[in-house]
Ligand binder design. Sequence first.
Ligand code: PMM
Length: 277
Amino acid sequence: MALVMGVVNVTPDSFSDGGRYADADAAVAHGLRLRAEGADILDVGGESTRPGAERVGPAVEQERVLSVVRALAEAGAVVSIDTMNASTALAAVEAGARIVNDVSGGMADRDMLAAVAPTGADIVLQHWRGHSADMYANAEYGEVVPEVVAELAARVEAAAAAGIPPARVIVDPGIGFGKRGRQNWETLHGLPRFVAMGHRVLVGTSRKRFLAEALADDPADATEARRDLATAVTSVLAAQAGVWAVRVHDVAATRDALTVAGNWEGADRWASPTRSR
Ligand code: PMM
């Protein structure tokens, strides 16, 4: 079953936690709680990527995230840093992060790939076609899955050219990034094609708008609890499609859902008299 990456947003304007963890101590406490609930990785981010969000500079971003990364890494957590800035990635790795999660796949900051290469950190290359402010302007595809696969393969090549071998790369189709409602479902349905690229795959559906649109005529009627349930379902289906990890806000719900699915899949072992659990 897939690993669970828990989201620790340290932003005052995140759509999903209302900025409740803007304060570093609260963010650390939140991260530790997610870990206790079963998160395998904690993804710390200081810049909101929600549609229409304003960008913050690397200095503000680093002020938000570095102490949180350090504290969580010192507590023994595997930490990833959600950033598009090479300087933030480097500082976070120095503070103990083991994975750099770049939603732009190394495109927003041209120094990113070369900066990460000598650190030995793993890197998430997410599919991306532009910043949040105009995220949907580029959501035009002939066929979404083959195009996203091809664009990700080009980013993996760029990483290799910069000195990051494929074994350190995790690809992410970027649900909600430059994709409208139905394109997200097509991308999820096509997850086996991403898995077939031969790299670890991460996928993040958590609380995203396309889930709310599927649940209610007015997305505002799809409460956080309903989005979290939908997230747990999509995360199980993603795990069954072979992804390496799922990125979620509500770790407990997705962990439970994965456990249930794991029991279902493991039942053939229990049924066999020659094999034990
Ligand atoms: N989604 C968000 C932020 N970072 N990183 C990866 N690798 N994949 C995602 O789908 C992803 C991400 C969306 O923002 P949120 O943390 O505010 O929900």
